[in-house]
Each structure stands twice: as C-alpha cells, then as structure tokens.
Design a protein around this ligand. Structure first.
Ligand code: PMV
Length: 317
C-alpha cells in the first residue's frame, strides 16, 4: 500500500489573463485530498468498479502512468468538488503521488508535468496552473517569461509557461462557493472571443497582468491592505470581461465590510470567490447569510506529499 495527499488551491490574481500569457498567482490551501493505492484482484475506486465515468482523472492517470496490475484506489477529500478549488487537479496529483510513491520516487516536477497531461486529456485544460500549485504547494507565480525562483517550464503546442516559486506570508482567506460551478472551457472561450474582437478587452487583460505583478510585490512585502485593494480591482476587471455573475457579486459585496479585498477566483460564471481578511468568522457568516457556502482557508500548505500512515490519514486532516 502507498498513499499521498495533495492540496487544493485558489487563484489569487491573474485568472483568464494567464491564458493570454499574462502572469498569475496561485496559492495552495489547507484543504487536502488523499489517495491510497494497493494491488487488488480488480481495479476499484472507493470500493466500486473503476472506469472513466466513475473517475475520469484517476482512470486517465492509470492509463498514462501505470504499467502494473489492477489497483484498489481510495480517495478521501476535504475539497468540495466543482467549487473551483482545484479538486480535479488535487485528485490527479495525489493519485500520481501515490503511484510514484509505490515506485519509490516522488518528484513534484514530474508529477506536475504528468498531471497537466492528464488534465489536458480529460478537459482540454487551458493552463498548467492548478496542477503545478497542487504539486508544489505554497505559492506559485506563472508567467510567459522566465524570472527568479524558476521551478519548471511547461510547453504545449506553441504555448510556454514558466512556473516560479513565490514566497507566501501566512494569510487567512475565506472562500465563498456559490454552489454552482460553471465549466471552465466555455468561459475561457467567451473571454477569447471578446479579446479577439475588442481592443478594450485586450487592454483589460493587460491591466490584470499589471495588477498581478503589483500584487506579487505587495504579497512579498506582507502588505495585506494594499494586496486586498488589488484583489478588488482585479475582480472589477474580471467583471468587465464578463465572467462574474450576480451570485458571485452578492458574495463579494457581503464580504467587503470585513475584508481587505475580495474577488471571484478561477474561471467564474459561478464557482467561488475569495476574501482576504483578518475577521474570517464575520466574513463566513456574511457569506452564509447571502446563500454562499464559506470555507475558511489558510495559505502555506504543503504540495504533494507521501502519507506514511494511510490508516491514520483517513480520519485526520
Ligand atoms: O476554474 P479554475 O479554478 O480551474 O481556474 C481557471 C483559470 C483560467 O485562467 C480561467 C483558465 C486556466 O486554465 O488558466
């Protein structure tokens, strides 16, 4: 038996613009997904027969990365699936982690590359941001230019991403899940159409890139007030790009009185928002009062890691 766990994520700044080569920042959060694998007579997922319908990411991981016999795979997760918190990346990364751990070598870079391949196969993923942050943990800064603290570089077709480590202070964020996740692909396509026909949209995308660079330096300096203001500006620009919704805006408005700043996170169209705050309970209550599902999360989570006592990790977080 071998086991591994991987964290969920939030995109702090730069979503959508990253698809156009602008920078983005993603942070690992302390909600994890755990995967254990053991040889078995037939392949199962949580005791049920394994197939692409039951677990498309896991089935693809096995097809692309496992030469051995059938495996019994068990998953436990703190991450609500479909909330935009990176549960599909986490399940892919943790399963790869458990498989590589069983072979005695677990290298986050290798896992990040393989996981991006799997996400691309299953959902035609636009960027390697989710799989890289879940593999590395902490914080990453992704850009089309190489700069300091490079972790790895990933290319696909004509696109190229440089993934950098970024130091993250301890921060508390409240995630507000709208309860409805819109698929990422159509939202990326919608922004693409807008950018193709509008110079104004392209300017907004550039502006998000500039804000993200500023956010990076504010975060490094631990200036949460300035960072919060940038998050709110980033949200307003994403709204102009057409990816916010009334439900997301309600949750952002609910959080604002107790927050340094708030924004939608990820693709939008539903999914989740985040608020940077030092009054998480108040923000959580306000989000709940407007029909959202709050999660108080902390930054600085480990990336993919082997779990040495699989029996214990099933019950603890
Ligand atoms: O919906 P999420 O959290 O997986 O984020 C999507 C982020 C986009 O920038 C919209 C797309 C991408 O692949 O980078």
């Amino acid at each position: 038996m071998s086991a591994a766990s991987a964290p969920g994520k939030i995109i702090l700044m730069g979503e959508h613009a990253v698809v156009f080569g602008r920078p983005a920042i993603a942070l690992a959060i302390d909600l994890r997904l755990r995967c254990s694998v053991r040889p078995s007579m037939v392949s199962t997922l949580n005791g049920q027969p394994m197939d692409d319908r039951a677990g498309p990411y896991i089935a693809t991981v096995l097809r692309e990365n496992w030469e051995g016999g059938p495996l019994a795979i068990d998953i436990t997760s703190d991450l609500p699936s479909g909330s935009g918190l990176g549960s599909s990346a986490a399940v892919t990364v943790a399963t790869l982690g458990a498989i590589y751990a069983s072979k005695g070598r677990m290298v986050p870079e290798t896992i990040a590359r393989r996981a991006f391949d799997v996400e691309s196969t299953v959902q035609g993923r636009a960027s390697p941001i989710d799989t890289s942050i879940s593999s590395h943990g902490g914080g990453i800064f992704i850009s089309s230019h190489r700069s300091d603290n490079l972790l790895w570089e990933i290319s696909r077709d004509t696109r190229r991403w440089f993934i950098h480590d970024c130091e993250v202070p301890k921060m508390t964020l409240v995630v507000g899940f709208t309860g409805k996740k819109a698929p990422t692909g159509p939202l990326v396509a919608k922004v693409r159409r807008y950018a193709d026909r509008s110079g104004f949209a392209r300017e907004i995308i550039d502006e998000i890139g500039t804000l993200t660079m500023e956010g990076l330096s504010r975060m490094r300096a631990g200036d949460v007030e300035a960072l919060g203001r940038l998050l709110t500006k980033n949200h307003n620009l994403l709204t102009i790009l057409g990816v916010s919704t009334p439900a997301l805006q309600r949750l952002v408005d609910a959080a604002m009185p107790y927050s340094y700043g708030a924004k939608l996170t990820g693709a939008g169209g539903g999914g989740s928002m985040i608020a940077l705050t030092d009054e998480p309970e108040k923000v959580a209550t306000a989000i709940r009062a407007r029909g959202g599902i709050p999660f108080i999360v902390r930054t600085g989570a480990d990336g993919v890691r082997e779990e040495v006592d699989p029996d214990l990790f099933m019950v603890s977080r």
